[in-house]
Ligand binder design. Sequence first.
Ligand code: BV8
Ligand code: ZN
Length: 264
Amino acid sequence: MIDKKIIEMVRDGDMVCLTGAGISADSGIATFRGRGGFWEKYNPDLYASSEGLLSVLHEDPCRLADFIVDFYSAILTAGPNQAHLGLALLEKEGFLSSVITQNIDNLHQRAGSRNVIELHGNAFRLRCAVCGKKLLLEKDRLKELCSLLASNRTGRRGVLHSLARYFPRCACGRRLRIDVVLFGEILPEEELNAAFRQLDDCRTLLLIGTSGVVYPAAGLPGYAKEKGAKIIEINPEPTALSAIADYRIAGNAAVVLPEILKGL
Ligand code: BV8
Ligand code: ZN
């Protein structure tokens, strides 16, 4: 049963939501940290930084191919769950102004959310690191790449050849890369500023499915609190942000969101 006070806060509107990997867990996409997390299988120092990825490509290209196939096969088969759909409905009904997400799986947009701010990029987009040009990456192309990488066991040349086929060069000559923010890389300025602007005058910040350990995203709830927002955290486990939450709902987002909508 959702606390009546929370239902009232949602009803009052002027609400912003910050999401992390946990909101997509019920869509079958592994979270990064905690039991069964992606980083249990792949060391983030290697697989979530550009230097690390380059070193894996040189030292163990087939392992890099495995990582890409593992990472994308979940995202390619996942669909929005009741939590993504619930947020899209809250936005449609005027209770929610925007979703600020750390996720790159495009599920908020597919659920129908329109005002989505992607802090860490999007797995279905390519970007030129030199001139910033962006290019959509069709799902079918990504599926082809994954099956090519999964079948290719010809080492570095094979992996490089497959990646070159699907990650073309930009007009400026630079090879396009996945439009995702890795560790040690700065977040897209426009999106980060837009996130701060959203939090400047929100009354309620809904925190869903984030462990709150990755900065600067993890600094946003503290900023909202300073601006006077109340914080509601939805997460089956306590997190680094629980201490600043005014309310905590211990549960799976895909169960909790429909309950909140029912209470409105
Ligand atoms: C940067 C790649 C300038 C994309 C990712 C200040 C202080 C300390 C460190 C730093 C700092 N500033 C910068 C840093 C360094 C670093 C950082 O924060 N390190 C941490 C680990 C200490 N930050 C950066 O490098 C950022 N860049 O700031 O540039 C700079 C550079 C260097 C030095 C200074 C400044 C770049 C950050 C982005 C990195 N990219 N991944 C991708 O693959 O997606 S990080 C990765 O973590 C993902 O992007 C992910 O979104 C993000 C956050 O993780 P969560 O989403 O919270 O997911 P997690 O698995 O952790 O938690 C899931 C939660 O869900 C859990 O709580 C679980 O209980 C819950 N859950 C599970 N099931 C459910 C559920 N909740 C609800 N319902 C369920 N069913
Ligand atoms: Zn370019």
